[in-house]
Design a protein around this ligand. Structure first.
Ligand SMILES: Nc1ncnc2c1ncn2[C@@H]1O[C@H](COP(=O)(O)OP(=O)(O)OP(=O)(O)O)[C@@H](O)[C@H]1O
Length: 629
C-alpha cells in the first residue's frame, strides 16, 4: 500500500478561481468593496479600543473608473497593510486576515464590528475581470507604503512605495472582454444591487445638489447648486436600528428604498432581531398580494453584514413566507454551500423556525390588539396564512387562533367562534358539524339564499388554495367537521338531519316523471335524482357533489386530489323536487309540452348556477319569448 500527500499546485488555482469559484463575474466588485469596508471597520475598532491612536475622521470608500487606461479603482481609508502583511494576507491564497483579526480581538467584541471576510479568497475574484491587479497600501502603523503587482500568475512583485495617505487603493486593469465594468451604468447597477446598504459610505462620482434658498430670497431667485460626492449607499438601513427607534413612516420609507418601483404601501411589518443561538436581523413586510402568485418580482433580500448576497431565500425562509418582502441579514447562513445542504443545515432550520414563529406571533398580536383592522386586511393576507397552515404544521397550530372564516355577510369568525355559533343548527344526524360555504357570491347567489332561508350561516371561502386547506382542517378535526359548498346538494340535504319529507307523488308517478326527465336531458352530463322536498323549494336544482368538485379543484391547483380527477368531465346531479306543483303539471302534459316545460325549467336552473351559455342561452331566450307572447 502506498500513502502520500496529494500535491495541490498553486499554478492551478488561478484558472480555477476564474472559472469556478464564483459563477457570477460581477461579484468581484462586491468582494473588493467588502474588503475595503472590513479595512475601515477594523481601523475604527482599533481606534475605539485605544490600540490605534489615529484620527479616523469620516472615512469613505471611493470607486473610480478610468476608461482610457481601462482601470477600475477601489480606494479606502482603512487599516492598510505593511509590506509584511501583504506577503501574509495577499500572497497566501486562502489565508483570511479577517478571520485572524476576529480571533485576535475576540475579547474586545470584534465580532460585533460587522467584519465580512471569512475565507481569504474574495480578493482573488478580481482576476475574473482583470489581467493585472495592483495594490497600493499604507498601513496605519508607522511603516512605508507597499506596492504589489500581479498579472494573474503565481509571480508577483512587491516593493516599497512613496504613498503617504493611510488606506488601500486596488487597481484592476480590466480585460477587454470585461470592459462593461468600466461603464458608469454598469458600475452603478452593481453598486445598487450589492452595496446599497453597506456600512461605510461609498462614493461613485459627484452630483449636483441644490442648496436651500436663504430666508430673504427674492421670489424668482433660483437655488444655488453645488457639486457634492455621489454617495450610493445608505450606511444605516432601518433593519440595523432598534424597533423602538423607528416609527411607521420610517418603516414605510425603508420599504420604498428597498423596492423603488413598488408604489403600494405594505400592510404591516415584522422586525426581526435575535442574537442567540444565531445572529439575525431584518424586516419583513406583508405586501398586498394579487391572486396571481406567479408574478412576484420583488422578493425578500438576503444580506450578510449589510452586503447583498441573493434574493433567492429558498430553504432559509419557509416557502409560504417567500411571498413576503423585506430583508434578512445574518452572518450565520452558510452560503457557499449547495441549496440541498442548506436545507439540512441545523442552524438554517432554526432560522427558518424562528422566522415562522415571529410571523405567527405578529399576526396573533395584530389580531388581538386590533381585530377590526385585522379583519380589514384579511383579504390581502389570507393567502399567506392559508398557505402557511397548509404547509407547516407548527404554523397551523398557532394560526388556528387567528385564521378567519368570513361569512357572505362580512362577519368574521375564528373556527372556535364559528363552531359555537352554528353548532345547534348545523350539526347533522351523525353528529358532524357542517360548515357551509360559497366560493363566489354572485355565481352561487340562489344557493346562498336558499341556505340562508333555512337559517344557515354561509362562509365565503374564495382563495385559490382553499380546497386544500379545508381538506386539511377536516383531517385535523378527525372528520368531526365537514365543509360543504352550498351548491353541493339540494338545500334540504346540505345538512342531513335525517328528517324525511313525504312525497306528494306515488311510485308510479315518480317513475313516469323520472323517465320524462331522462328523455329530455343529456344523460352523460346529468344524473336525475327525485327528492321529496318542501313544496316551496326550487323545482329543479343542479348540484355538484362536494367530494368530486373538491378533488378536481385540488388537482388543478397542484398536489392533493385524486389521480385523473382533473380530467373528468363535468357531471352534475339534477335534483327534481317531486313536491313542487310544477311536477304534477308536467305529468299531465303531452310529450311535446313536457319537453318544453322540462327544458325551460332545466335552463332556469342552469341560469341560476351561471351555467347557461352560448347556443343554449339563445334557445332559452327564444323559447321564453314564445311562451309570453
Ligand atoms: N483593502 C484592504 N485593506 C486592508 N487589508 C486588505 C484589503 N483587502 C484585503 N486585505 C487583506 O487581505 C486578506 C485576504 O482578503 P480576501 O478578500 O482574499 O479574504 P477575506 O476578506 O479574509 O475573506 P473572503 O474570502 O470571505 O472575502 C483580508 O483578510 C485582509 O487582511
Amino acid at each position: 500500500m502506498a500513502t502520500g500527500n496529494i500535491n495541490v499546485s498553486v499554478e492551478n488555482i488561478f484558472p480555477l478561481i476564474k472559472k469556478f469559484l464564483y459563477s457570477d463575474h460581477e461579484i468581484f466588485l462586491r468582494e473588493l468593496i467588502s474588503n475595503a469596508t472590513d479595512a475601515t471597520l477594523k481601523l475604527k475598532h482599533l481606534a475605539r479600543i485605544g490600540e490605534a491612536n489615529v484620527e479616523i475622521g469620516k472615512p469613505i470608500i471611493e470607486i473610480k473608473a478610468n476608461k482610457e487606461q481601462k482601470t477600475l479603482h477601489i480606494i479606502d481609508q482603512g487599516i492598510g497593510m505593511t509590506k509584511d502583511e501583504v506577503e501574509k494576507y495577499i500572497n497566501e491564497v486562502a489565508f483570511s486576515g479577517a478571520e485572524e483579526f476576529l480571533d485576535k480581538y475576540k475579547d474586545s467584541d470584534a465580532k460585533d464590528s460587522g467584519i465580512i471576510g471569512h475565507f481569504g479568497l474574495g480578493f482573488y475574484s478580481a482576476f475574473m475581470v482583470a489581467n493585472k491587479v495592483e495594490i497600493f497600501t499604507k498601513s496605519w502603523k508607522d511603516e512605508p507604503a507597499a506596492h504589489w503587482t500581479c498579472e494573474g500568475t503565481t509571480e508577483f512583485t512587491l516593493e516599497s512605495h512613496d504613498r503617504t495617505e493611510r488606506g488601500t487603493e486596488i487597481v484592476l486593469h480590466i480585460n477587454d472582454e470585461d470592459k462593461e465594468f468600466l461603464e458608469d451604468n454598469r458600475i452603478n447597477e452593481l453598486l445598487n444591487k450589492y452595496n446599497k446598504f453597506m456600512p461605510v459610505p461609498i462614493k461613485f462620482g459627484t452630483k449636483e445638489k441644490e442648496l436651500p434658498l436663504p430666508e430673504d430670497a427674492k421670489e424668482d431667485e433660483k437655488p444655488k447648486k453645488v457639486t457634492v460626492d455621489h454617495i450610493i449607499n445608505n450606511p444605516n438601513p432601518a433593519w440595523t436600528k432598534q424597533p423602538t427607534d423607528l416609527n411607521e413612516d420610517e418603516y414605510n420609507s425603508f420599504y420604498r428604498e428597498l423596492y423603488p418601483m413598488q408604489f403600494e404601501e405594505p400592510l404591516f411589518h415584522i422586525h426581526l432581531n435575535v442574537d442567540y443561538p444565531f445572529n439575525l436581523t431584518g424586516i419583513l413586510y406583508f405586501p398586498k398580494l394579487t391572486q396571481d402568485l406567479s408574478v412576484q418580482k420583488d422578493k425578500i433580500q438576503l444580506y450578510q453584514n449589510q452586503v447583498f448576497v441573493t434574493d433567492n431565500v429558498e430553504g432559509i425562509v419557509p416557502e409560504f413566507l417567500t411571498m413576503l418582502r423585506g430583508v434578512i441579514d445574518s452572518p450565520d447562513i452558510p452560503l457557499n454551500v449547495s441549496r440541498s445542504y442548506l436545507q439540512a443545515d441545523g442552524a438554517v432550520k432554526k432560522i427558518s423556525n424562528y422566522i415562522t414563529k415571529k410571523v405567527a406571533d405578529k399576526l396573533k398580536s395584530l389580531f388581538k390588539n386590533n381585530r377590526e383592522d385585522f379583519e380589514k386586511k384579511w383579504n390581502d393576507i389570507k393567502v399567506v396564512i392559508e398557505y402557511g397552515m397548509l404547509t407547516d404544521d407548527k404554523f397551523f397550530e398557532k394560526a388556528e387562533k387567528f385564521n378567519l372564516f368570513p361569512s357572505v355577510d362580512q362577519a368574521y369568525y375564528t373556527f372556535e367562534e364559528l363552531e359555537a355559533k352554528i353548532k345547534e343548527n348545523q350539526t347533522d344526524k351523525d353528529d358532524k358539524l357542517i360548515i357551509l360555504y360559497a366560493s363566489n357570491k354572485e355565481e352561487q347567489h340562489s344557493y346562498i339564499e336558499a341556505a340562508k332561508d333555512k337559517g344557515y350561516e354561509v362562509m365565503l371561502l374564495d382563495s385559490p388554495i382553499v380546497s386544500h386547506l379545508i381538506q386539511k382542517i377536516e383531517g385535523n378535526k378527525e372528520q368531526k367537521v365537514s365543509f360543504v359548498r352550498v351548491d353541493a346538494e339540494q338545500v334540504d340535504k346540505l345538512i342531513d338531519k335525517g328528517e324525511e319529507t313525504t312525497s306528494k307523488l306515488n311510485d308510479d308517478e315518480k317513475e313516469k316523471l323520472k323517465t320524462a326527465f331522462e328523455t329530455h336531458v343529456t344523460k352523460e352530463k346529468y344524473t336525475v335524482q327525485l327528492e321529496a322536498m318542501d313544496s316551496k323549494a326550487a323545482p329543479i336544482t343542479i348540484t355538484e357533489p362536494e367530494f368530486m368538485r373538491r378533488m378536481k379543484e385540488m388537482q388543478k391547483t397542484g398536489g392533493g386530489g385524486m389521480f385523473g380527477m382533473g380530467n373528468m368531465p363535468e357531471m352534475y346531479n339534477l335534483v327534481v323536487n317531486t313536491n313542487h306543483e310544477l311536477m304534477s303539471d308536467i305529468l299531465q302534459k303531452n310529450e311535446d309540452e313536457q319537453a318544453n316545460l322540462i327544458n325551460q325549467s332545466l335552463d332556469l336552473a342552469l341560469l341560476s348556477k351561471n351555467l347557461l351559455r352560448g347556443e343554449a342561452l339563445t334557445k332559452f331566450v327564444k323559447r321564453s319569448y314564445e311562451m309570453i307572447k
